[in-house]
Write a protein that binds this ligand. Sequence first.
Ligand SMILES: [Zn+2]
Length: 292
Amino acid sequence: MTSVNRNLLNVLAVFAVLAFAVACACPGIRDGGERKTKSDRDEVSRDYDEDRDEDEGESDDGDFVVEHTELRNSKFAALDRSFRENKVLEKAADKLNRSLKLPHDITLLTKDCGEINAFYNPREKSITFCYELMDYFFRLYRLDGDNVDEANRRMNKAMTFVFLHEVGHALIDGYELPITGNEEDAADRCSAFICIEELGEPGVEAIEAAAEGFAIESKLTGSKKRNMADEHLLQEQRFFNSLCMIYGSDPAKYRHFRTKNLLPAARANRCPSEYAKMSKSWENLLEPWRKD
Ligand SMILES: [Zn+2]
């Protein structure tokens, strides 16, 4: 096996983490039950819709569904095959479907896109995870000095944050959430909220890994490639915002962010109230769509 293939196969662990992340991402996950087919779920959903009172929340009219597409770049063949054989996306979709009601289906895709990206397509109601993005993050951590295993571990964690960022876009669109600020920032906050509140320590590690990725990328590209017109915040801002969310969620536990000057005091002072407002907002926004 070439080193490239070895690296890519290691990337597979990403979605093991994602499946775990999704399993824990939302409250109300039903444990221990056998997996239901889509028609079983629809049956349950119909019963629920007929029974529910007006104020019991939204109806469940869709599912996260998985689609596989033809691979074009043979470099990713082993990775693609493993995703299919291990039903990685199917398991993630199933966990999400047990936790959240949806107004329509949302398709989950992994594929070779020909570009480094992960994105939500509001027209097609789909989340696409490009193999190139996983490879890119892996290489970022390698450039930062990680060995193969370390780079894979950090990349796995960062991908959890990125995945939940895209889920954030899908929920903002599907639920027609009243986001009045920058949606990219809102999607980051949604991801941070789910990571911290639902995943606990692994979620915090996911945010940290992504933040480190932003910082490494920023260091490598310098100021030359900064696009001030881009809807995403600058990587440095995403880095500090991420740290602020973690610190704000528990200033005593994460006081080293402050003592080691990872987060300037002027910002750190405001993070607890910033986090409290943000988490309360997401809690309220998602509440009608949660399954009991
Ligand atoms: Zn985005």
